[in-house]
Design a protein around this ligand. Structure first.
Ligand SMILES: Nc1ccn([C@@H]2O[C@H](COP(=O)(O)OP(=O)(O)OP(=O)(O)O)[C@@H](O)[C@H]2O)c(=O)n1
Ligand SMILES: C[C@](O)(CO)[C@H](O)COP(=O)(O)O
Length: 226
């Protein structure tokens, strides 16, 4: 790619969730798509990027054994926490590089060109324009309003940050018991630093509920034709 920015970074790959909405017999990130565990797609992608100097695999203590085969000079294991945000904070204490990509192990379809687009910025996240009509609903169950969607984006991962910034806002959030649903939200609340939206792909789904496995297989089938 012409003008590609090369920037050394660490990757935090989150795999310490429970996958409760998947209701499978094990943590969803171990389920397979085309015979490959879901978390391994992003792991392989990061390892194929020479700018990625370190991968921090974040998992549950009781699942550590499942990750042993993937550990190496470049890949280490860190125990996660109760909430996603706790897992990220634990991992951030082990980051070796000045920049860090934080990624859900449950998002297998991120691409090298998306990683390259993020690296062109200091602090940036992948996101896609919201396609649905969004209704705000009262507890009564009635609609109170239709939210204009022109400026609404659905946040994805990876989310790319200066390490010192994201470490600082995670510590502040922890000390104030603030829980965000992504990492950029902590930068928004606890700093003045702008975060850039990098338009991503609707294929970069998070495997969350059982039908996502069907969508995931369809994405793989389509990619294998290209
Ligand atoms: N305490 C947690 C919770 C989540 N995650 C990770 O964060 C990503 C996004 O979270 P989500 O899809 O909500 O995963 P789960 O918590 O596993 O799913 P659920 O909410 O359905 O239980 C996943 O890769 C998951 O493994 C994590 O590392 N630590
Ligand atoms: C970080 C995230 O992937 C952004 O879409 C998402 O918030 C993770 O978990 P959620 O529990 O499904 O919101």
């Amino acid at each position: 790619m012409i003008g590609q920015v090369h920037k050394a970074y660490s990757a935090v790959l989150l795999a310490a969730g429970s996958g409760s909405r998947m209701a499978a017999d094990r943590n969803k990130i171990f389920l397979t798509l085309a015979d490959k565990a879901i978390f391994q797609y992003a792991l392989d992608l990061f390892l194929s990027d020479s700018d990625c100097k370190q991968v921090i695999l974040v998992g549950k203590t009781e699942e550590k054994a499942y990750f042993t085969d993937f550990l190496s000079d470049r890949v280490c294991f860190v125990v996660g926490g109760v909430e996603r945000q706790d897992s990220v904070r634990h991992a951030l204490a082990h980051v070796s590089e000045a920049a860090v990509m934080i990624h859900d192990g449950a998002r297998p379809f991120v691409t090298l060109s998306e990683l390259a687009a993020l690296k062109a910025h200091n602090n940036a996240i992948l996101a896609v324009p919201v396609k649905d009509t969004i209704k705000q609903v009262e507890v009564s169950g009635y609609i109170s309003q239709t939210v204009p969607r022109d400026n609404l984006w659905g946040a994805q991962t990876p989310q790319f940050f200066e390490t010192s910034l994201i470490q600082k806002v995670h510590q502040l959030a922890h000390s104030k018991a603030f829980l965000g649903t992504d990492d950029a939200s902590l930068v928004e609340v606890f700093s003045e630093v702008p975060v850039t939206i990098v338009p991503g792909s609707y294929e970069n789904i998070k495997i969350t509920t059982p039908e996502d496995l069907i969508f995931g297989q369809a994405i793989l089938d389509n990619r294998s034709k290209a």
